[in-house]
Design a protein around this ligand. Structure first.
Ligand SMILES: Nc1ncnc2c1ncn2[C@@H]1O[C@H](COP(=O)(O)OP(=O)(O)OP(=O)(O)O)[C@@H](O)[C@H]1O
Length: 293
């Protein structure tokens, strides 16, 4: 890059509107986590034609934790994520991001801008674009940054993408077309596409479905490394994977929290055993050690 380009980029960065006028900056700086809780879900209810998908659900997530959310099909996991991210409206209850941000009066875009990123189960990367371009596109369409789709990347933005490429382990593949990546690598790229906007809270749906054992192991490392600085909620059916990453597990059942604790506590929990024994008996599965979820 020429010296002139470099100076122009620095100037552009210095006078970026959101840096000159703080009210244009991404709102995630304004989340109050003084009490160390980043997500408060209280007495949440949602019925579909009389069927209670969410039923007096209470959930508290600490800032920086990695929480796993498990439960049988239809337990309400996706519906809960939909309400948190503004995709679906609840009937009653409250959802706060930090102590001060009421998510129920915000739309999907505002919630994303506050610093909540969601990754759905299926990767939706742009297959015809390179790994780097996918990340660049995400950065430029990040609603926290003013529209810059056709402008050059600033040095800060390039650094941010480089940093994300290293975090997701795709630095060597930056010029590869996303379509040529393995399934696992596509999932990591999509996590990277969230990371470029520096979210505070990541909601990740079934990250290891369809992955090889090696990819699963790498994903466990990745998600574990993301927690701390960020908060991560993972919805997952693969219990071995959950055991490998989770400190605290929340079990949902019929739209409510059935149990919460370490994986060992969950597997020996009376209510969990009762519910899952019933379901296991119905499907004639064999339970070998504690309860198989
Ligand atoms: N838009 C909708 N209209 C009607 N019923 C719905 C709707 N969305 C969800 N449901 C129902 O609400 C219940 C909870 O569904 P949800 O998808 O949240 O479960 P889940 O725990 O995510 O299950 P899975 O593990 O299969 O993804 C299910 O019985 C589902 O059929």
């Amino acid at each position: 890059m020429s010296a002139l380009h470099h100076s122009l980029n620095s100037l552009r960065e210095t006078f970026r509107p959101d840096q000159v006028w703080p009210f244009l900056a991404p709102a995630n700086a304004k989340v109050n986590v003084d009490k160390n809780v980043i997500l408060y879900v209280e007495d949440l209810n949602l019925s579909f034609d009389g069927f209670k998908a969410l039923n007096h659900l209470n959930l508290y997530i600490n800032d920086g934790e990695l929480r796993c959310l498990i439960g049988a099909n239809g337990a309400g996991k996706t519906t809960l994520m939909d309400v948190i991210t503004g995709k679906t409206q609840c009937d009653s209850g409250s959802v706060f991001f930090g102590q001060n941000q009421n998510l129920l009066n915000k739309d999907e875009a505002e919630i994303a801008q506050l610093g909540i990123g969601r990754k759905f189960q299926k990767p939706t990367v742009f297959e015809e674009q390179t790994v780097f371009d996918n990340l660049e596109l995400s950065l430029k369409t990040d609603k926290g940054v003013l529209p810059t789709l056709f402008s050059r990347l600033t040095p800060t933005q390039i650094d941010r993408i480089d940093n994300v490429l290293h975090i997701i382990g795709l630095a060597k593949h930056r010029f590869m077309l996303a379509g040529a990546l393995s399934h696992g690598q596509k999932q990591w790229l999509e996590i990277g596409m969230l990371l470029v906007s520096d979210p505070r809270l990541l909601l990740i749906d079934e990250p290891v479905a369809g992955m090889t054992p090696q990819e699963t192991e790498r994903t466990a490392e990745l998600l574990t490394s993301l927690a701390g600085e960020r908060t991560v909620i993972v919805v997952e059916h693969d219990m071995e994977f959950v055991r490998s990453i989770a400190k605290t597990v929340t079990v949902l059942h019929q739209g409510s929290v059935l149990a919460e604790g370490t994986m060992d506590q969950i597997q020996s929990n009376k209510d969990v055993i009762e519910v899952y024994l019933g379901e296991q008996e119905a499907t004639d599965d064999v339970i070998t050690e504690g309860v198989t979820l």
